[in-house]
Design a protein around this ligand. Sequence first.
Ligand code: RNT
Ligand code: ZN
Length: 418
Amino acid sequence: MSIDKAYEFAKKRYADFGVDTDAAIRAVLYQPVSLHCWQADDVAGFETKPGGLSGGGILATGNYPGRAKNGEEARSDLAKAMSLIPGVHRVNVHACYSETDRFVDRDEMDPSCFTAWMRWAADQNVCLDFNPTFFAHPRAEDGFTLSHPDDAVRAFWVRHGKACRRIAQAMAAAQGSPCTLNWWTPDGAKDLPADRFAPRARMAASYDEIFAEDSVDRTLCADFLESKLFGIGSEEYVVASSEFCANYALTRKIGLCMDMGHYHPTETIHGKISSHLQFMDRLLLHVSRPVRWDSDHVVLFNDDLKHVFLEVQRGDVWDRVTLALDFFDASINRIGAYVIGTRATRKAMLYARLDPSALLKDLERQGRLTERLALMEEFKSMPFGAVWDVLCEQAGVPVGSEWLSEMNQYEETVLRKR
Ligand code: RNT
Ligand code: ZN
């Protein structure tokens, strides 16, 4: 059956339940998803460093050939990936992806360190988002940054934070669209601390200093705080925990970021969305996939992801969530990782947009809970794939697994030659 015929059939099936497939496709394509630059190079970054500067990064495992080793390669990989994924993209840059001739330390960075990214973004017609980098630096080596007990170290990171807000503001002004700025710190302790209070007090004080800076326009620079449960080296104590971040964000009127991998292994985030959005204006979602721990596996079209977007759909809060990806796998073709994870995200968005939410809520109001459950179950086997194929076709990207041959060709002609 042709794609069009399959679609006509699917469209009717969904319409029987009051679901408009054309409108769903349009809505999914229109909503931006921010692609993280760090899948291209295994979170290594491109800073010009003085001899041998190092210091604890985020762990990406695997050694598949073709890792991007500079900005040009990463941007080429991102452009290739974006050509194979439907929908409006943004690109999420970390501060450690600055490109300069000489060494510029984190506290001295300014918008000029990201000129290449900004030019490329304008050229590609995508907007940029930004992240301060509180890791992979000697001053982060002992596990504390914004909550560091040494005033000089803490002040260094506060300066980095302020610099990042100025960079985000410059990006926003250049692109005519606000820049999402996500704040994640690795601060924490491997083993039982005697004092959990003081680092949290210092962390709050640091953020207050950073966000107090009135030279930054909050309509251009949209700040979000990302929490975490534990990390390698912070198994026992994480300063910016879920409670810390939620309370800070709420009282300071900034955004909260939930990363799907930052909770207990059996805990999922979909149930939290309606709680936070009772009190906060916006949420940033870091779309990721934990496997037993915060492993940042490539995102798949699985139940966890579907549930997140079903929640957004049923709560009708699509305009109150900002979507960014956060996964990295160095064991497979990195362009393939981008495409699999981002297409899965778009798929889950479409799946949710095709949910008969109004009908389900109506049944619930009437107490017809058997029918509610039955319909939820029936919808899992609706002809979703036919709608997805047409979405890809309309977006001008390969339908089905056709993108694999383009990936393989890019691997042969570009990645293997690096
Ligand atoms: C780390 C956080 C954070 C990072 C990126 C690179 O656990 O999820 O978002 O993955 O900033
Ligand atoms: Zn994250």
